[in-house]
Design a protein around this ligand. Structure first.
Ligand code: IPE
Ligand code: IPE
Ligand code: MG
Length: 246
């Protein structure tokens, strides 16, 4: 029995999020520059997007660049931005052929003009696609997202659009960049690090966490299947007892 056969397609995560980590270490192990790792990481991105669409996962969110990643050496930041632009150019066809809609979350205003232009073009071109929503977290930081939500809500309170009393979890959800996405069911992080690094802090409140030592450029279909199989073996209790769930 192959790993794929072990997946129950009736119990897929509705929203899978991935912290794609380990490109730099992968390159270093091979005696290459970090950029080589990032280039090879794009192959894992393509495989993951296509495999998730084929499986029937409705929402895939990929952490591609954090607010903190702006503090890396300029050369690396430039390389990552160039890769982003090239990938967007190259992958529009794949997204269209697979009926995938592109979405982006983060402080996108900080992206270079050319990257923003390319990004919004692909988003526009794929807006009517329905099979899967692929969200790229770019210049994304969960704390920054929460700050921006608090500002927007405060503005509305000030202008009497909403009352303080009506602020609840759903209002907060509606002011996050992820407002149109369901809760995260499964969060995968590659590269053996056991941390969240400012990714979707609010949204992963009840997500199942899966950590693998595999470095992102080495991440293959089978690694994705294993994560989903692990997810499907877990009992999600949401605070209740096991008996209540059954
Ligand atoms: C993930 O790989 C890609 C980004 C954060 C942009 P890293 O570049 O963080 O690789 P490591 O963690 O240094 O190996
Ligand atoms: C998190 O990885 C950000 C992305 C994968 C885009 P980092 O490599 O930046 O995280 P830290 O610095 O190890 O926590
Ligand atoms: Mg890293």
């Amino acid at each position: 029995m192959s790993l794929l056969d072990k997946i129950n397609t009736d119990n897929l995560p509705k929203h899978l999020a991935i912290i794609m980590d380990g490109n730099g270490r992968w390159a270093k192990q091979k005696g290459m520059l970090r950029a080589f790792g990032h280039e090879n990481g794009t192959k894992s991105v393509r495989m993951t997007v296509e495999t998730c669409a084929k499986l029937g996962i409705a929402n895939l969110t990929l952490y591609a660049f954090s607010t903190e990643n702006w503090n890396r050496p300029k050369l690396e930041v430039d390389t990552l931005m160039k890769l982003l632009i090239n990938s967007l150019k190259k992958e529009l066809k794949t997204l269209s052929e697979n009926n995938i809609k592109l979405n982006a979350i983060g402080n996108l205003d900080l992206l270079p003009k050319s990257a923003k232009k390319e990004l919004f073009e692909v988003i526009k071109n794929t807006e009517n696609n329905t099979r899967m929503t692929l969200t790229l977290a770019l210049s994304y930081g969960s704390r920054e997202e929460i700050v921006s939500a608090v500002k927007e809500i405060s503005e509305k309170v000030k202008n009497n659009i909403i009352s303080i009393g009506s602020i609840d979890e759903s209002i907060i959800n509606q002011h996050l960049y992820t407002r149109n996405l369901p809760e995260v069911d499964l969060l995968i992080r590659t590269s053996g690090e056991h941390r969240i690094s400012n990714f979707l802090l609010w949204q992963i409140a009840y997500a199942e966490l899966y950590f693998t030592p595999v470095l992102w450029p080495d991440f293959k279909e089978e690694d994705l299947y294993e994560a989903i199989i692990s997810y499907q073996k877990r009992e999600r209790r949401f605070g209740k007892t096991s008996e209540q769930i059954k």
